[in-house]
Design a protein around this ligand. Sequence first.
Ligand code: UDP
Length: 235
Amino acid sequence: MKYKRILLKLSGESLAGDGEYGLSAGVLGSYASQIREIAGAGVEVGIVIGGGNIFRGMQGAERGFDRVKGDQMGMLATVINSLALESALRAEGMQAKVLTSICMEPVGEYYSKDKAVDYLSRGYVVIIGGGTSNPYFTTDSAAALRGIEIEADVLLKGTRVDGIYDADPEKHPEARKFGEITFGEVYARGLRIMDLTAFTLCRENGLPIVVFDMDTPGNLRRVVRGEAIGTLVRE
Ligand code: UDP
């Protein structure tokens, strides 16, 4: 395996499957079995999940909610998703543990780097819920931050798209996919892979990113083995 310790970022939206809202048991099961493949091969897996399938602070603000309250609702949504994935992983026979950035024991243990690394080294899949615990951030930033903290080898951003293109492939069928791209070129071309806070955190701390299609079973294992799946962003 190319990567020994990874931070996997899953979007909340993808957990909804064909629906726009809520949780799809099928998607959770498929993600859990993909994760089992790599964890079973000895890869240490940290996970951060979004909350977009349940609530996003910005959407709340558009409907008149206080932004900070809305963001807190969004962060709680990430905990719901984390618990759902923990349960799906356990159903696959894995050891999994939810740590939360916001103190809410006994729902999950309160996050610390030491605790996360300790569980990882004992073979647990560690899901870190609650975002960064701060409003005005996204779970991409949480994924970057936790990836750096736990000293992951790579941040894997599992999406519905199979990599980074020079234009939106849904609008421009001639768009070209990058196999590899530098952080500098992503800035220069104005490509949006994740929010700039998250992206800059990765760059400044030397955490490479792979964007890949997580909805094709087997892809996670291929990425972790170092196969040319998706797009690798590095210095
Ligand atoms: N959020 C936040 N701080 C964080 C992470 C998330 O306030 O550190 C809130 C924010 O409102 C966000 C929501 O949680 O819209 C869900 O996260 P995100 O939009 O990143 O989820 P995804 O798009 O990945 O499903």
